[in-house]
Design a protein around this ligand. Structure first.
Ligand SMILES: *[C@@H]1O[C@H](CO)[C@@H](O)[C@H](O)[C@H]1NC(C)=O
Length: 355
């Protein structure tokens, strides 16, 4: 009898230890599981890089900061925020928190916003005013709408390639994302300690695997069978926030210029994934990007995450203050907080709370 109780206790102890370890190293487990699911092998490399860089497609910019903005600021990381014309509050929250031109971990970081043309002329005028006042807006020549997000990305890739070749990394971030340049630079420094001139091709974010095209015409993400014939899209990074190194940006945007666009357009992140696939670039998964998951607030968790989606402008300012006005979390603090917020995010999705 005594023996039986003892062995039961042993099993419980072990279970407890395993759960605790799983909680503390949840990001390692996530990386491993993701690596199992990824397509890995890359198909034919569709893109032959020309010797001279061709002019970008018909991208034109109705307004933008000075064309010398990157020559002057020499950003190591440029963050381009995809924003809708009427989201002025979101842009302001970003300027008040992680945006602007800042020095992070010894590197210059610059944040600019990219918009299309609003259908409402009043908003159009306000946007011009805002651009004059702040000098951090780029406007592409296309109607700004959900269905046109891919054009915004094309515009962004073309702009970065042409006007900001100095940047070592480009981050594309949505305007409802709490981004953390310091956490990103820490991650990059740890993982890619390479010589200045020897940047590797990197396409980093939360990787979506084995996503099938949506053939339902009523859906927001409708994709006709003629537009995409494959069973699944190539693995791609969630469009909420992803990072491209300079060489990856160059190859990817050349591939983007070579691709013919179907109607309706590909979803923005799928499009980038297809271009990366054509260019022979595999996405890299990082558990520190939330993707479209809503990650509940935890101070140490938010100190560590690179991107957190679904953040309202007011919350962004509030969280930022709380996260950055306090001392850095301890190793254990980070591990526990990350484990707890990831499990809560996962439960939230399973229970259908995520939109
Ligand atoms: C996308 O932009 C183009 C160019 O401005 C415009 O002709 C088209 O109607 C827009 N499409 C959508 C779905 O808004």
């Amino acid at each position: 009898m005594q023996l039986l109780i003892n062995s039961n206790v042993n099993v419980l102890d072990r279970l407890f230890c395993i759960s605790l370890l799983a909680l503390l190293f949840i990001d390692v487990i996530e990386l491993w599981v993701t690596s199992l699911g990824m397509s890995g092998a890359i198909g034919p490399h569709g893109v032959v890089l020309p010797h001279s860089i061709p002019q970008t497609r018909s991208e034109e910019y109705l307004f933008m900061p000075s064309i010398h903005v990157c020559q002057r600021a020499k950003p190591y990381l440029i963050i381009l925020v995809a924003t809708a014309p009427h989201n002025r509050k979101a842009r302001q929250a970003i300027r008040d928190t992680w945006g602007g031109e800042i020095q992070v971990r010894g590197h210059q970081v610059m944040t600019l916003f990219i918009v299309g043309q609003p259908s409402d002329p009043v908003i159009g005028k306000e946007l011009i005013e805002e651009s004059k006042e702040r000098g951090d807006l780029i406007q592409g020549r296309f109607i700004d709408s959900y269905g046109n997000l891919t054009l915004k990305t094309l515009s962004m890739l073309g702009w970065a390639r042409r006007f900001c070749p100095q940047a070592h990394y480009l981050a594309k971030v949505d305007d409802d994302v709490l981004f953390n340049p310091s956490a990103l630079l820490q991650y990059l420094n740890l993982r890619f300690k390479t010589e200045e001139n020897d940047l590797t091709e990197l396409y980093l974010g939360r990787v979506h695997m084995q996503v099938a095209p949506d053939h339902n015409p009523a859906s927001k993400h409708f994709m006709s069978e003629t537009a995409y014939a494959g069973m699944v899209f190539p693995d791609y990074c969630s469009g909420t926030a992803y990072v491209l190194s300079q060489p990856a940006l160059l190859k990817l945007s050349l591939a983007a210029d070579a691709i013919s666009l179907p109607r309706p357009l590909y979803p923005e992140d799928v499009f980038v994934g297809i271009c990366a696939h054509m260019a022979g670039i595999t996405p890299t998964h990082s558990p520190l990007f939330s993707g479209s998951l809503a990650v509940p607030y935890g101070r140490c968790c938010y100190q560590t995450m690179v991107s957190v989606h679904h953040t309202k402008p007011g919350d962004m300012v509030h969280y930022w203050k709380e996260v950055h006005s306090t001392a850095p979390c301890s190793w254990l603090g980070v591990r526990t907080s990350l484990g707890v917020c990831k499990i809560r995010a996962l439960l939230g999705t399973l229970l259908g709370k995520d939109s």
